[in-house]
Design a binder for this molecule. Structure first.
Ligand code: ATP
Ligand code: MG
Length: 352
């Protein structure tokens, strides 16, 4: 196949991890007879410097015409003045919104070689394989806000349509995996959660009778995620609960440098990026862990290009590099670390 991939390196370690990942995608393309063309554009701080805005029109135009978007990271101390008119992170929010991306997927599958890096006991982590699907466009983050000298309010609102579309995509994902969906809400207290629960139950009954569904309250879910993480397959939840639970879930996997994400909408185009930030403390040193970006590229192959076998081969190659303890500094014992490009090269060598 021919795919047009827009590449947004961004700031900090973004350019390093993205340029280590492109040769990996090229190697996949060469092995499977595909042609991937990469178009690089600015987003975030670098776009503010070059174009005066974090999401230039040229970047958005290219993104709208792309089959998929691979992103590094945005932001850094240079642009973090709280009084600044524009901030790098606005570029990310704006592009997600413009592309209609409403579901953020974060897989958590702790690798045996990295289990020691998690604060959770290894025996609880073996075999854990979860995808958290966070709703991205609604809820309390986007509701009307008020503030006076004596009080403040944030409105939490969800429409039936917003709940339906994210539950459908999470349920379809569960169907392609182990067939179990856990929906997280706070239906004992919140009206939006009662709507969430009703809509979820109906969609599952009418459209996904083959997928089992379980409803959990967010407070007990926060506990179960650490005490019995193996019990979960796909977890779907609203925006704020998802924000909190995905950070919690990321601790199951050890290093931030191993965690990928995808932001998806109704169409095929999605944005794929590591969950970590721009890591200004290690930027420019060639030591950042590229695996989270490479695993994000595997999600790109799977979800935007429909190349499941290629995605699985890439994930297996990363796994094999980890088995062989090809570790960057965030995972390695002192003196044992490889650099960003060496780690990516190790993945290419293991593609078979
Ligand atoms: P943001 O606000 O952009 O999410 P953050 O404050 O959460 O950023 P990160 O940039 O994710 O922080 O970095 C947190 C810590 O993890 C830093 O010490 C950073 O160096 C480290 N880190 C993040 N990503 C990587 C990576 N790919 N490889 C190695 N270390 C990393
Ligand atoms: Mg962060």
């Amino acid at each position: 196949m021919h795919a047009n991939i827009v590449v947004l390196p961004g700031d900090g370690i973004g350019p390093e991890i993205v340029s280590a990942t492109l040769p990996v995608l090229e190697a996949i393309a060469a092995r499977h007879g595909h042609v991937f063309s990469f178009q690089e554009h600015d987003i975030g701080g670098i776009a503010i410097d070059r174009h005066g805005e974090p999401l230039p029109a040229s970047t958005l135009e290219a993104a709208k015409n792309a089959d998929a978007i691979l992103l590094g990271a945005v932001g850094g101390p240079k642009w973090s003045d709280p009084n600044a008119r524009v901030r790098p992170e606005q570029g990310l929010l704006a592009i997600r919104k413009a592309l209609g991306l409403f579901a953020n997927l974060r897989p958590v599958r702790p690798h045996s070689a990295a289990l020691g890096a998690s604060p959770i006991k290894s025996e609880l982590l073996e075999g854990v394989d979860i995808v958290v699907v966070r709703e991205l466009t609604g809820g309390i983050y986007f509701g009307d806000k008020t503030r006076s000298a004596t009080d403040a309010s944030d409105l939490c609102r969800y429409t039936v349509a917003e709940i339906e579309r994210v539950v459908r995509s999470a349920a379809a994902l569960a169907r392609s995996r182990r067939g179990h969906l856990t929906s997280v809400d706070k239906a004992n207290v919140l009206e939006t959660s009662r709507l969430w629960r009703d809509v979820t139950a109906r969609i599952m009954r009418e459209e996904f009778p083959d997928v089992t569904v379980e409803h959990q309250l967010v407070d007990s879910m926060a506990m179960h995620l650490l005490s019995k993480p193996r019990a979960y397959d796909v977890i779907v939840t609203e925006n704020m609960f998802g924000d909190i639970l995905t950070d919690e879930a990321s601790m199951l996997a050890g290093s931030l440098g191993l965690l990928a994400s995808a932001s998806l909408g109704e169409g095929k185009t999605g944005i794929y990026e590591p969950i970590h930030g721009s890591a200004p403390d290690i930027a420019g040193k060639g030591i950042a862990n590229p695996y989270a970006t490479i695993l994000s590229a595997a999600m790109l192959l799977r979800h935007s290009l429909g190349l499941e076998a290629e995605a699985a081969a890439l994930e297996a190659a990363v796994s094999s590099a980890l088995d062989d303890r090809v570790f960057t500094a965030d995972l390695a014992a002192p003196g044992q670390a490889v650099g960003t490009t060496q780690a990516a090269q190790a993945v290419i060598e293991r593609l078979g």
